[in-house]
Design a protein around this ligand. Sequence first.
Ligand SMILES: Cc1cc2nc3c(=O)[nH]c(=O)nc-3n(C[C@H](O)[C@H](O)[C@H](O)COP(=O)(O)OP(=O)(O)OC[C@H]3O[C@@H](n4cnc5c(N)ncnc54)[C@H](O)[C@@H]3O)c2cc1C
Length: 322
Amino acid sequence: MTEIMVVAEHREGEIREISLEMLTKAKEIADEINAKVSSVILGHGIDHLVEELASYGQDRVYYLRNEKLENYTIDGYKSALTSFLEDRKPVLTMIGHTAMGLDFAPALAVSLDTPLVTDCIDLKFTNGQLQVTRQVYGGKINVELNVQKHGSYIATIRPTVFKPPEKTGLKGEIEEVTLKIEGEFRTKFKGFIKPEIEDIDISQADVIVSVGRGIGEKENIKIAEELAKVIGGVLAASRPVVDNGWLPKTRQVGQSGKTVKPKLYLALGISGATQHLMGMKDSELIVAVNKDPNAPIFDIADIGIVADLFEVVPVFIEQLRK
Ligand SMILES: Cc1cc2nc3c(=O)[nH]c(=O)nc-3n(C[C@H](O)[C@H](O)[C@H](O)COP(=O)(O)OP(=O)(O)OC[C@H]3O[C@@H](n4cnc5c(N)ncnc54)[C@H](O)[C@@H]3O)c2cc1C
């Protein structure tokens, strides 16, 4: 039977959200083309993660267990997935458009001689041909592409586009696959460098207070920090704020930063450049404060406040405290 394969990503003992988000889309496509959905997870000593993955309601989880796969390396993933996918021949292999996925997906595609489409925000099959939606011109335009007809495709999927499925409680079948991985790897895992200790992952936040160049100087960030504290949100920023060293790079939203999709995105003194919008436009509710009525951020804001942020934010804080 036709199979859609999701390559699950895990890090530091946890399944990454993108692995689950891809499952949602895989199930949707599978219903349309009458395929089954499987995940493949690579590693060693991760039985608990394999079981957790299996509880998200797919047909099967393949566990490629090998000591050489204990930590991610491009050589390990390419080698193991090449022989596994050559054997399974799924019609579609979905990989996260993450630092890791972007690292090994092209090498895997070359190794399997399979078409690769990257950074997809939607996918479907029409008469056996894969059609994907991607963004161009810095996210201003969505294009639908017909990928040249092939028996099998690889696609990398943008994080946060799809919602992770609910746990079904039903365990999918787990199949352990023993692989021979021969030869020395050119790349070696030396260690995992964590983000700065006090830092958080803004892509997982429900409420974000984001500051732009309009905040003026580092010292002023504390007013936004206070607001974030009062509404139970986290602080993020546009690129100039990060380039100026006022907040760490891990807080940057946008094309060269993180993609976020919170319930509330409060933009303070952010003009709304395309590269910034790319990272936050799918937020559920966007509230923007900017003193320029023509600022492009107002084109996508659900609520726009034309005002000086230094006048508005203290009022927000005061009202919320009440
Ligand atoms: C390849 C590339 C990648 C990029 N990646 C990113 C990215 O990931 N993220 C990102 O953000 N940018 C990115 N940029 C930069 C982007 O093009 C913009 O320059 C940037 O987003 C502008 O940030 P800003 O809105 O904070 O600043 P500005 O564009 O300078 O806007 C500041 C805004 O603050 C308003 N303002 C000023 N004072 C006040 C006040 N007191 N109260 C209220 N409003 C006030 C002004 O009216 C103005 O609209 C990238 C650019 C390139 C070329």
